[in-house]
Design a protein around this ligand. Structure first.
Ligand SMILES: CC(C)CC(=O)SCCNC(=O)CCNC(=O)[C@H](O)C(C)(C)COP(=O)(O)OP(=O)(O)OC[C@H]1O[C@@H](n2cnc3c(N)ncnc32)[C@H](O)[C@@H]1OP(=O)(O)O
Ligand SMILES: Nc1ncnc2c1ncn2[C@@H]1O[C@H](COP(=O)(O)OP(=O)(O)OP(=O)(O)O)[C@@H](O)[C@H]1O
Ligand SMILES: O=C(O)CCC(=O)C(=O)O
Ligand SMILES: [Fe+2]
Ligand SMILES: [Mg+2]
Length: 337
C-alpha cells in the first residue's frame, strides 16, 4: 500500500477512538442568546432558539430523538445516490474515504460496486456527498442542539445489504458516544436521513426512548453466531424491558438523535440495499478528552492494534489531531474541535 493511502486509512481508523464515561450531567455550555419568549430553564438537551416547537423540544428532552418528516428533497437524495454509485465504482477517490464490505464478504476480492459496499464512511472530502452536512434545512435543526458553532465530525452513507442469512446486516444496540473522544455529549447530535422508505423489513433504526438520560455503557462485540462487522460494538446489558421504537421513515425524513441514545438496526430481509445518509455534528465549543482508563479504552485498543497491524504504526499519533484533521466546520467559528 502506498504511503498516502496508508495514512488516509490510518487517519480513518484512528478516528474511531472513543472516550470516557459520560455520567455527569453538564449544563449546556453553548446556549446562545436567550429569548425571553422561549426561555425554558428546565430543558437540558435542547437550546432556546425558536426553531423547535415546545412540543418538539419536550419530545427530544424526554426521548432523545426527534423525527422531522420530509426534510431533505428527492432531488438532493437522487444526487447523493448517484454520487455513492460513483464512489463505489471508484470513479472518484476522495481523500479519507473508507468503503466497507459486509463481514461475510470482507475477505473476498469482489470488485467494489453498489452491491458490495455496505458503507461509505468519512466522505468529508467528497463535495457532492458533503453537501448533505451543509444543507440549511439540516443545520437549522442541528443548531438547536449544538448552538451556532457547528462541526461535521463523522459522515456515513449506509447501504444495508440484503441479509445473507447470517444476520450480519444487523447493527447491534449501541451508543454512538462510545466512538467519540469529545464532550459534552449534549452538544453532539446525529442527523440520519432515510434515502427511501425504511421499515422493519429492510432494517429500520430501532431506538430505546429515554436512554439518552443514562450514562455511557460498556460496549463490546455481541456474541452473534453468524459473525459481526468489525467495530460494530454493542451494549451487553441494556434493559430488556426498555420500550423499543422501530422508526418507520419515508424518503427524506430525518431523525436527529442524542449520542447516548441506545439504538441499532435490524436485518434487511428484502433484496434491496437500504440506504441512509448521516452526519454526527458537534459544537465547535466541545473539547477533546483522553479515553485511557474508561470504558472506551477497548475501542481505542482495537483501533490502535489494527493500525499497528496494517501500517506498522506505534505511538506518536495524537487522537486529538486526527479528529481535528477530520472534522469540518460547517457554520460559525472553529473554537476547540
Ligand atoms: C457512531 C459511529 C461511529 C458508529 C459506527 O460507525 S460503528 C462501525 C464503525 N466501523 C468502522 O468504522 C469501521 C471502519 N472501517 C475500517 O476501519 C476499514 O474499512 C477496515 C475494516 C479496516 C477495512 O479496511 P480495508 O481498507 O478495506 O482493508 P482490508 O480489506 O485489508 O481489511 C482489513 C482487515 O479487516 C477485515 N475486515 C474488513 N471488513 C470487515 C468487516 N466488515 N467485518 C470484519 N472484518 C472486516 C479484513 O478481513 C481484514 O482482516 P485481515 O485479513 O487483516 O485479518
Ligand atoms: N442479541 C442482540 N444483541 C444486541 N442487539 C441485538 C440483539 N438482537 C437484536 N439486536 C438489535 O436490537 C434491535 C432491535 O431488535 P428487534 O428484534 O426489536 O427489531 P429488529 O430486529 O430490527 O426487527 P425484526 O425483529 O422485525 O427483524 C436491532 O437493532 C438489532 O440489531
Ligand atoms: O443501520 C444504520 O443505518 C445505523 C447505523 C448506526 O447506528 C451507526 O452506524 O452508528
Ligand atoms: Fe449508531
Ligand atoms: Mg429482531
Amino acid at each position: 500500500m502506498d504511503g498516502a493511502r496508508a495514512a488516509s486509512r490510518l487517519r480513518v481508523v484512528l478516528g474511531h477512538l472513543g472516550c470516557p464515561s459520560a455520567g455527569a450531567v453538564i449544563a449546556h455550555p453553548t446556549a446562545g442568546a436567550i429569548s425571553s419568549a422561549s426561555f425554558h430553564p428546565q430543558f437540558q438537551y435542547t437550546l432556546d432558539n425558536n426553531v423547535l416547537s415546545l412540543e418538539q423540544r419536550k419530545f427530544y428532552e424526554e426521548n432523545g430523538f426527534l423525527v422531522i418528516k420530509n426534510l431533505v428533497s428527492d432531488a438532493d437524495i437522487e444526487r447523493f445516490r448517484n454520487e455513492f454509485e460513483r464512489l463505489c465504482r471508484q470513479e472518484v477517490k476522495p481523500a479519507g474515504l473508507m468503503l466497507m464490505k459486509d463481514v461475510t464478504i470482507a475477505k473476498t476480492d469482489l470488485a467494489p460496486s453498489e452491491r458490495v459496499i455496505t458503507k461509505a464512511q468519512d466522505f468529508q472530502e467528497d463535495e457532492e456527498l458533503f453537501r448533505y452536512c451543509t444543507l440549511p434545512e439540516i443545520l437549522k435543526y442541528v443548531e438547536c442542539f449544538t448552538g451556532p458553532n457547528i462541526m461535521a465530525m463523522h459522515t456515513m452513507l449506509i447501504n444495508k445489504p440484503p441479509d445473507s442469512g447470517k444476520k450480519t446486516s444487523r447493527h447491534p444496540l449501541h451508543q454512538d458516544l462510545h466512538y467519540f473522544p469529545f464532550r459534552p455529549s449534549n452538544s453532539i447530535v446525529c442527523a440520519w436521513t432515510a434515502m427511501e422508505h425504511i421499515d422493519r423489513n429492510n432494517g429500520c433504526l430501532v431506538v430505546l426512548p429515554g436512554t439518552h438520560k443514562g450514562t455511557l455503557k460498556p460496549h463490546d462485540y455481541p456474541q452473534w453466531e453468524g459473525g459481526v462487522n468489525i467495530m460494530f460494538h454493542g451494549i451487553q446489558d441494556y434493559d430488556e424491558n426498555n420500550a423499543r421504537v422501530h422508526l418507520v421513515m419515508e424518503k427524506g425524513d430525518t431523525v436527529f438523535f442524542h449520542p447516548l441514545l441506545i439504538h441499532g438496526s435490524g436485518q434487511n430481509r428484502t433484496q434491496g440495499f437500504r440506504k441512509a445518509i448521516s452526519c454526527h455534528f458537534a459544537s465547535a465549543n466541545c473539547h477533546y478528552i483522553d479515553v485511557k482508563g474508561t470504558s472506551q479504552e477497548n475501542i481505542e485498543n482495537e483501533i490502535v492494534s489494527l493500525a499497528e497491524k496494517l501500517y506498522g504504526v506505534k505511538d506518536g499519533v495524537s487522537l486529538k489531531d486526527v479528529w481535528r484533521f477530520r472534522g469540518r466546520l460547517v457554520k460559525g467559528q472553529r473554537v476547540n474541535l
